[in-house]
Design a protein around this ligand. Structure first.
Ligand code: PMT
Length: 400
């Protein structure tokens, strides 16, 4: 994966610089061509000679250095990179990039880069939690920058908390998955459903569930970053849609049903992540229901099972379903794969800590119609989204 890849690493000033020396050593040994840029502050921790020795190339420290041949150094570095990594990324460099400031070598290279950029923050826990830093991280995430989040533990300053540079294994995993996935969904149309549906009881009340939309939005983001045309049919959520995605907002299961059916023939892959209400009130009262009686009975009727219908009518489309379970996860998952005629089902036990509704992470089992099951560890929803899409690509290749 890494062999022959041009990776440019921006090293900024933090104690974790010494760990990045190990990263450079690993990437160079794996066959990547590594160019290291260092800020002045980074050079207070480790000298450029360390990185020069490990990478086998001179280290870039000055925006105005004149390279031989009259080329423009930061533009050349940006244009020749398959990937740019900022590690460790300080609050300062994150702030500069988020604000569009390009006043040194690293910030100008990031601004000129057309390739993916991975940011690996590392700093004191209070700095990391600072709302300005969090706002900057959020806006860079929205713009499509990749992040490997810092880990929790004892920090060099003596404090405890989130702020340690992520484990090198996680950074290397992310590098591999980005380089492997770049553009593999180009030419494909993917429809993702996300969030809950809301089923009106009367003008001021409704039945719904705990879905936040995070898992579905992560899938839409991952597919878009990998080059797909993405349609995101979403129930009401408070998330910002990923860049470049067509969003179709819906409220009820009936609306989601119509939105999905209208677009089904034009897509190659459907990922039904939405938590669609199985039942809706048979009659939605036109006026607010008054509390006259001690008990109130609301009669429910079945909503259409959207995914089961897609399973019946599909032609070339590949179908991925989700299953939110609280017991007998695998047994129920195998039944749903067969009953809904799916190529893949992502089953999550929503009672586990760190899994299911509203969390940033999930724990899933990938269940295939041939009975295969892949059990995945707890991971960020975006990482799980990429893992699911890897299987989609593999299934499409196997089908040709
Ligand atoms: O949104 P988050 O907070 O990030 O939470 C993520 C999640 C828990 C919602 C997600 O991981 C998940 O499990 N989604 C599926 C929830 C669900 O409805 O599961 P189910 O087992 O009831 O349904 C099975 C499949 O049929 C699902 O793909 C569902 O979208 C689909 N379905 C269900 C009912 C229905 N009437 N029509 C459907 O198409």
């Amino acid at each position: 994966m890494l062999s022959g890849k041009n990776i440019t690493i921006g090293v900024t000033g933090g104690i974790a610089v010494y760990k990045v020396a190990q990263l450079v050593s690993y990437l160079a040994a794996a066959g990547a061509s590594i160019r290291v840029m260092m800020t002045k502050s980074a050079q207070e921790f480790v000298t450029p000679l360390t990185f020069q020795t490990l990478s086998g190339h001179r280290v870039y420290t000055d925006l105005f250095e004149r390279p031989a041949g009259g080329t423009v150094q930061h533009i050349d570095l940006a244009a020749s990179s398959d990937l740019v990594i900022l590690a460790p990324a300080t609050a300062n460099i994150i702030g500069k990039i988020a604000c569009g400031i390009a006043d040194d070598l690293i910030s100008t290279v990031v601004m000129a880069a057309g390739c993916p950029v991975i940011i690996c923050p590392a700093m004191n826990v209070n700095m990391y939690n600072n709302r300005i830093v969090q706002r900057n991280l959020a806006s860079l995430r929205d713009l499509g920058y990749h992040f490997v989040e810092p880990s929790v533990g004892r920090l060099a300053c003596g404090a405890e908390g989130r702020g340690r540079l992520a484990d090198l294994e996680l950074i290397i995993d992310r590098i591999n998955s980005i380089l492997a996935n770049e553009g593999d969904f180009k030419g494909l149309s993917v429809m993702v459903t996300a969030g809950p549906t809301v089923e009106p009881v009367d003008p001021v009340r409704y039945l719904t569930n705990k879905s936040s939309g995070k898992m579905g939005f992560a899938l839409a983001e991952a597919a878009a970053r990998r080059g797909a045309r993405v349609i995101l049919v979403s129930g009401p959520v408070v998330l910002k849609p990923p860049a470049g995605v067509e969003v179709v907002p819906v409220q009820t299961a009936a609306e989601m049903h119509i939105a999905v059916m209208e677009r089904f023939s034009s897509v190659d892959v459907v990922v039904m992540c939405a938590a669609v209400a199985d039942y809706r009130p048979k009659i939605a009262a036109t006026q607010k229901i008054k509390k006259h009686e001690e008990t109130l009975t609301i009669e429910l009727e079945k909503n259409p099972d959207i995914l089961a219908e897609l399973g019946r009518i599909k032609k070339h489309q590949l179908l991925v379903g989700f299953a939110a379970e609280t017991e007998d996860l695998e047994k129920n998952a195998h039944q749903k794969v067969a009953a809904k005629n799916l190529e893949l089902l992502v089953a999550n036990d929503v009672t586990l800590p760190g899994a299911g509704f509203s969390t940033d992470t999930n724990i899933a089992k990938l269940v295939f119609p041939d009975g295969r099951v892949i059990s995945l560890p707890k991971m960020d929803k975006l990482d799980l989204a990429h893992r699911i899409l890897n299987e989609v690509i593999a299934l499409r290749r196997a089908a040709v």
